[in-house]
Design a binder for this molecule. Structure first.
Ligand code: TXA
Ligand code: MG
Length: 313
């Protein structure tokens, strides 16, 4: 199939409404969208990404009232998070309405819902008038795309359209919180932090990194966020001697002897640049990537989570 690359939101909306797949920017990473009520289109998301069928999709909305199309029971804690953080980089897992196709939630009785703040995403959603299911717009297992050209690299010829936008501002995927029961549980760390969530709902719990987490959030089971190269987290950059074909991303100044290096000013820039750095390392056939550790608080907690997943694969 020919993949159309466009800036035209009307064209992209028409493609969604006739059952096509459109990649679009959000504030976190690019998503690969389809009409959530079109089962055939949802199937084609899994095919295009080569995504395991047991990994549920996140559904995106433009208006708070659209939640009613997806869930019939939104508890008071979920309401508090919605009031405080929508639109923004937060996904809430809610009880699913039966009218939402089972394939969207990979057979679970819950559904992930997120209202992106990115203007292009919001305009596209508004023009479509239907909630849009959208996982990250990468081939399954690759780092999420933070630029339209990273989407092109993975999915050219496999999807109908790429709606172009700027590089995404945050660079790591949304915070995911399970609100389907009374006590909210943080399933995936993101730029909205655990302490920010607890400030709104003090009972919010952290999902422990055991089997329970895998059962609750199937996506966490799968290989994720990984470049082809081996990733190694390091504390002190000075201690690292460059080895053959190695690269480094760090806040501190590193040796010039690395085949490729990226210096970032702070944790925000680190998160913003990480996935594109991973992709650039793959383009250059880098074999080992060193990543400087950061303090695991605030956005640093989400960043360390992604680094550990990339290292563990
Ligand atoms: O920032 C983001 O969330 C991006 C943009 C495009 O919105 N999307 C994204 O989607 O990262 P994806 O599919 O790559 O990651 C979705 C995560 C997975 O870990 C999945 O398991 C979890 O959300 N998830 C989705 N629905 C769920 C549900 N009903 N219960 C538990 N976890 C769910
Ligand atoms: Mg993903």
């Amino acid at each position: 199939m020919e993949t159309l690359i466009t800036n035209d939101i009307d064209v992209a909306a028409k493609i969604i409404l006739r059952g096509g797949l459109v990649a679009f920017p959000t504030e976190t990473v690019y998503g690969l969208g389809a009409n959530v009520f079109d089962e055939k289109a949802l199937e084609s998301i899994f095919t295009a990404k080569m995504r395991p069928p047991d990994n549920p999709l996140i559904v995106h909305i433009a208006e708070i009232t659209q939640i009613d199309e997806l869930s019939s029971s939104v508890n008071s804690n979920a309401r508090r998070f919605i009031d405080k953080f929508f639109p923004g980089p937060l996904t809430l897992v809610l009880k699913k309405k039966a009218s939402v196709p089972a394939i969207a939630s990979a057979g679970l009785d819950t559904i992930g819902v997120r209202m992106p703040s990115n203007k292009i995403a919001a305009d596209l959603l508004r023009k479509c008038g239907t909630p849009i299911a959208a996982p990250s717009a990468n081939l399954s297992g690759k780092p999420s795309p933070t630029t339209w050209s990273a989407v092109f690299e993975d999915l050219d010829g496999r999807i109908d359209c790429i709606l172009k936008g700027e590089p995404t501002v945050i660079g790591v995927e949304s915070t995911v919180v399970d609100c389907s029961e009374n006590i909210p549980v943080l399933l995936r760390k993101g730029s909205i932090t655990f302490s920010e969530l607890q400030r709104v709902v003090p009972e919010t719990q952290m999902m422990s990194s055991d089997t329970n987490a895998a059962a609750k959030s199937p996506g966490l089971r799968h290989r994720h966020y990984s470049p082809n190269a081996r990733v190694q987290i390091v504390e002190k950059v000075n201690d690292i001697a460059p080895i053959n074909n190695s690269a480094i991303i760090a806040i501190s100044e590193a040796s010039d002897d690395f085949a490729f290096k990226k210096r970032v000013a702070n944790v925000e820039e680190y998160a913003h640049d990480l996935y594109e750095f991973f992709r650039e390392c793959d383009r250059r056939n880098i074999e080992t990537i060193f990543c400087q550790a950061v303090a695991a608080d605030g956005l640093g907690a989400a960043l360390m989570d992604r680094l550990r997943r990339a290292e563990a694969r």
